[in-house]
Design a binder for this molecule. Structure first.
Ligand SMILES: NC(=O)c1ccc[n+]([C@@H]2O[C@H](COP(=O)([O-])OP(=O)(O)OC[C@H]3O[C@@H](n4cnc5c(N)ncnc54)[C@H](OP(=O)(O)O)[C@@H]3O)[C@@H](O)[C@H]2O)c1
Length: 335
């Protein structure tokens, strides 16, 4: 089997760590391995039992790779990915920078792998929040035509990276030491997160929507190739370490029974559907190093005849980022 020389930019980060583990556990055929970090502090990573020092990326160093995973920042992806892709290296980018760029496929393999092709060397992976909905509702959308989708998100702190995860842990420790949740200086979050939640993920635009809410809407439309679908979102950060949850309300164009939707959910690729009302997924039980999306509590909504509700859970670091990227690489390897 052909082996690929692989670079991971952001190897020392949250998603980077998961990516390395997945390349190993899924036996991706890695030849030479090149890990990169910011270079601001020394860091090393373990890969296939060997310790590698991380270095700051340069175009020359990255060109040694046939596949480069970008799991760092928007700026780093912007600086290197287009030139690297033009030089012939496959670039799989988990940052937000290229997701909506025309000509850059935004890919969840279970949903739109057909977007991949030999001439499209720069590929984006989507925001971790919408992935669960994009996978779980793909079959229903194809068959019954979702016209409106409302989502309330319950997003884990790891979605904001390693430092944010540390912030929740630090606040909890301080609470158990001193009996109060501290306001940490220079933190990643706008409010304390321990024993709390807040309806803000990213900055707000002039209409009052957060960056995350806008990403979910725009990216979902691109992945489903449907500009007409109406989507509205309230994105909420919750004190969960890992695993994003979604409460969704969707209206379908073609009349259908709840039974027909259940049948579709049962056969949706990459989804495990919990049938019984008391049997539903949670981030702790179903969002930790899980490779599929989970859904439950399907029911008719009482607000409109053609509206239904569903609860969805997925691992933001796996299916929402690292696993999705590795699955893209696995498809590329077969092109
Ligand atoms: N967390 C999620 O659930 C999730 C989901 C989907 C997509 N993403 C995206 O994945 C990317 C990584 O997220 P994360 O959560 O893993 O963040 P993270 O834990 O903060 O890790 C960021 C990584 O990027 C590296 N980095 C920062 N600046 C760099 C630079 N100038 N040059 C090279 N490397 C640099 C960091 O290196 P140092 O250690 O040296 O700082 C670190 O390895 C982001 O673009 C994020 O939007 C994350």
């Amino acid at each position: 089997m052909k082996k690929f020389n692989v670079a991971v930019v952001g190897a020392s980060g949250m998603v980077g760590g998961e990516l390395l583990g997945l390349l190993e556990s899924r036996r991706f055929p890695v030849g030479e391995f090149y890990p990169f970090n910011s270079g601001r502090k020394p860091a090393s990573v373990l890969f296939r039992g060997k310790k590698y020092a991380c270095a700051a990326p340069s175009l020359e160093a990255l060109k040694k790779a046939e596949i480069a995973f970008f799991v760092s920042t928007d700026e780093v992806a912007e600086e290197f990915a287009p030139r690297l892709a033009a030089a012939g290296t496959w670039c799989i980018d988990d940052s937000a920078f290229f997701r909506l760029a025309p000509g850059v496929p935004l890919v969840i393999p279970e949903v739109n792998a057909a977007e991949l092709g030999p001439s499209k060397k720069l590929i984006a992976g989507p925001n971790c929040t919408l992935t669960g909905a994009a996978v779980a509702l793909a079959g229903i959308h194809r068959k019954f035509g979702i016209t409106e989708l409302r989502l309330a998100t319950y997003q884990a702190v790891s979605g904001a990276g390693k430092a944010a995860m540390g912030e929740l842990e630090e606040e909890l420790k301080a609470y158990f030491r001193k009996g109060a949740v501290p306001k940490l200086k220079g933190g990643k979050f706008p409010r304390p997160i321990a024993f709390n939640l807040f309806p803000q993920v990213g900055g707000f635009d002039e209409e009052g929507n957060s960056g995350e809410e806008n990403k979910v809407e725009a990216e979902l439309k691109k992945i489903w190739s449907d500009k007409k679908i109406r989507i509205s979102v309230t994105a909420v950060r919750v004190p969960v370490l890992r695993g994003h949850s979604l409460a969704v309300w969707f209206k379908v164009a073609r009349p259908c029974s709840e039974g027909a939707l259940r049948k579709e959910l049962r056969r949706t690729t990459g989804l495990k559907f919990f049938e019984k009302p008391g049997d539903y997924p949670t981030p702790l039980e179903n969002g930790q190093r899980t490779e599929i999306v989970y859904a439950g509590r399907l029911r008719r909504a009482r607000t409109a005849a053609n509206e239904f509700q569903l609860w969805i859970v997925s691992d933001n670091l796996y299916k929402g980022a690292a696993l999705n990227s590795v699955q893209i690489a696995e498809r590329i390897a077969r092109l």
